[in-house]
Design a protein around this ligand. Structure first.
Ligand SMILES: C[S@@+](CC[C@H](N)C(=O)[O-])C[C@H]1O[C@@H](n2cnc3c(N)ncnc32)[C@H](O)[C@@H]1O
Length: 198
């Protein structure tokens, strides 16, 4: 019963997602949640080592978080973050056992409970950073580096080229995946601190 509630049978919340897009189109950046195929790619690319914790930023209706749970990640090794109160409510109601942070990702260090600090080994970002000016992109990157120093992050995007100016941000960029099986087709980009790559 619990497994069904948390995982496979949970609706992906398309009507809720659409309603939040109507309210905040730029902040949502997409009309529908990520496809099952894109979620599986994210899980494969961001699977944490040992007992590391996964942090998902901009979780929306939680399809990526649910894909991690379905792949066997223990709920206590997942932290999911969302700025929209209605979506955060949905996440709390559907991702049992998962820590849901309702906040702006730029302030995540202040909201991350102590028990997770120093344990984040994978950061998965669904926030449409490409739509933001450079100074805001830099704030998000610094916030991610503060909670997961040296780990880099994964970002999915509908762009053909890198959605972030990696070099200017002191990062390296690598496209891990491109899939047509998403609306619209999407890529998964891995960004790492440039110094860690040297
Ligand atoms: C493209 S949707 C991705 C949703 C989900 N990850 C998926 O793949 O279906 C972007 C999400 O980022 C959230 N978001 C945008 N800006 C944010 C911010 N500053 N802090 C936290 N979440 C944010 C939006 O509310 C939205 O749910």
């Amino acid at each position: 019963m619990t497994e069904t509630f948390v995982g496979r049978a949970t609706p992906n919340g398309v009507p809720l997602f659409l309603s939040r897009w109507l309210a905040h189109p730029l902040r949502m950046g997409s009309v529908v949640p990520s496809s099952a195929t894109l979620c599986k790619h994210m899980v494969r690319c961001a699977w944490p080592e040992d007992d590391g914790v996964v942090l998902e930023l901009g979780a929306g209706t939680g399809v990526i978080s649910r894909a991690f749970l379905d792949a066997g990640l223990a709920a206590e090794r997942l932290v999911t973050l969302e700025i929209d109160p209605d979506l955060a409510d949905h996440l709390r109601g559907t991702l049992r056992g998962v820590e849901v942070l309702e906040c702006d990702a730029r302030k995540m260090l202040d909201y991350l409970p102590k028990r997770f600090q120093g344990r984040i080994s994978s950061v998965v970002c669904g926030i449409p950073l490409v739509l933001l000016p450079f100074v805001e992109q830099r704030r998000f990157v610094h916030a991610m580096q503060a909670v997961a120093p040296g780990q880099g992050f994964l970002l999915f995007s509908y762009c053909i080229t890198s959605p972030l100016p990696a070099k200017k941000l002191g990062l390296t960029a690598k496209r891990e995946v491109w899939t047509p099986m998403n609306l619209p087709p999407a890529s998964v980009w891995r960004y790492m601190p440039a110094s860690a790559d040297a």
